[in-house]
Design a protein around this ligand. Structure first.
Ligand SMILES: *Cc1c(COP(=O)(O)O)cnc(C)c1O
Length: 360
């Protein structure tokens, strides 16, 4: 079974690319993993440094302060929050809880790679529903639910396509999923959205006991290296997931940094503004170059370049790391994260030169 398990292919680290091509790491830019180009919040950095002094102590396994703060922030109860070593761990805990041989998970074509991995990890069957315009076809996904379905995974916005579903459609969908099926809405890019849906209200009111919303500190909060994510759900789900997790799954430094990051609303605002500018810039330049792209609601953009792997490799040699999409069934495409404006300009220049589209 392990031989057939798909492998997650992460964005290539800067150090690794520098070693391979004999480049100066300082001259390489990574626009491959949807990280925050502004880095972490200064408040988070200071809190993390202070927390290092106590690294000889085990962390608070229940993360009392972080759960209190998140609960206040989201207007839910601490009992509605499950923390994970990245939201990827929350997805895995869900797999542990509900998947196994004979069970099915419903996903969309072009879904986040972790859903198929978790599904196969627990020996369950993956039901992949064709995408519509690169986005989720929620009606078709509902239609794919059968008696063996245990979970549906929807990322909104979706990675790697950047698409989102309209709020009314999403709410109708969440309210239509049968009670025996867990509906997981992955909101890793929630903070980047204009006009985001309010799914937390369905947890707050107790209306949807089969709903799990996942979020992360890896993306807009800029803490990907510390690994901290969370799920928001009915307390019955949270208490089940709490039994499965390792007692110290989230570390003390990450907890301290996350607490401080929640206070730094200016950093979040700046990041969001930078991303909007980046998306507008990419859209304008890609149009000018005559390259097809999928309009994005996240902090990255999917671009059709022809030979995605080849373009990725040649850009990498010029010190710009993007993400090839062959593993997602999109071999003609690369995914580019928005960076600082200077990084975005350099990325377009290198893309142009690699594609032979004028000066580079
Ligand atoms: C980046 C991402 C995550 C976050 O993963 P972490 O484990 O929290 O770093 C989750 N879901 C999607 C769709 C993502 O793109």
């Amino acid at each position: 079974m392990l031989e057939q398990l798909p492998v997650y292919q992460p964005g290539r680290p800067i150090e690794e690319v520098a070693r391979q091509f004999g480049l100066d790491p300082a001259g390489i830019i990574k626009l491959a993993s949807n990280e925050n180009p502004l880095g972490p919040s200064r408040l988070a950095l200071r809190a993390a440094r202070a927390a290092l002094r106590d690294m000889h102590l085990y962390p608070d396994g229940n993360a009392y302060y972080l759960k209190q703060k998140l609960a206040a922030h989201l207007r839910v109860r601490p009992e509605n929050i499950i923390l994970g070593n990245g939201s990827n761990e929350v997805l895995e805990l869900i797999g542990h809880a509900v998947l196994g041989p004979g069970a099915e998970a419903v996903v969309s074509q072009y879904c986040f790679a972790v859903y198929p991995i978790v599904t196969h990890l627990f020996g369950a069957r993956l039901v992949e529903v064709p995408a519509r315009n690169y986005g989720h076809d929620l009606d078709a996904m509902l239609g794919a639910v059968g008696p063996a379905t245990r979970v549906i995974f929807v990322a909104n916005p979706n990675n790697p396509t950047g698409t989102r579903v309209p709020n009314v459609e999403l709410l109708r969908f969440v309210n239509s999923v049968p009670a025996h099926v867990l509906v997981v809405i992955d909101e890793a890019y929630y903070e980047y959205m204009e006009d985001p849906p309010d799914l937390i209200e369905l947890v707050r009111s107790g209306a949807r006991p089969n709903l799990v919303v996942t979020r992360t500190f890896s993306k807009i909060y800029g803490l990907a290296g510390l690994r901290l994510g969370y799920g928001i759900a009915h307390e019955s789900i949270v208490s089940a997931l709490e039994k499965i997790r390792q007692p110290f799954n989230t570390n003390a430094v990450a907890q301290a940094a996350a607490l401080a990051a929640l206070d730094d609303t200016a950093h979040v605002r700046r990041t969001r503004a930078l991303n909007r500018r980046g998306l507008r810039y990419f859209a304008r330049e890609l149009k000018r170059l005559g390259l097809e792209f999928v309009p994005s609601e996240a902090n990255f953009i999917l671009v059709r370049v022809g030979d995605g792997r080849g373009v990725f490799e040649r850009m990498q040699q010029q010190g710009v790391i993007v993400r090839p999409m062959g593993g997602y069934g999109l071999p003609d495409w690369v995914r580019i994260t928005t960076g600082t404006h200077a990084q975005n300009v350099r990325c377009i220049d290198v893309l142009k030169s690699v594609l032979g589209l004028g000066a580079g």
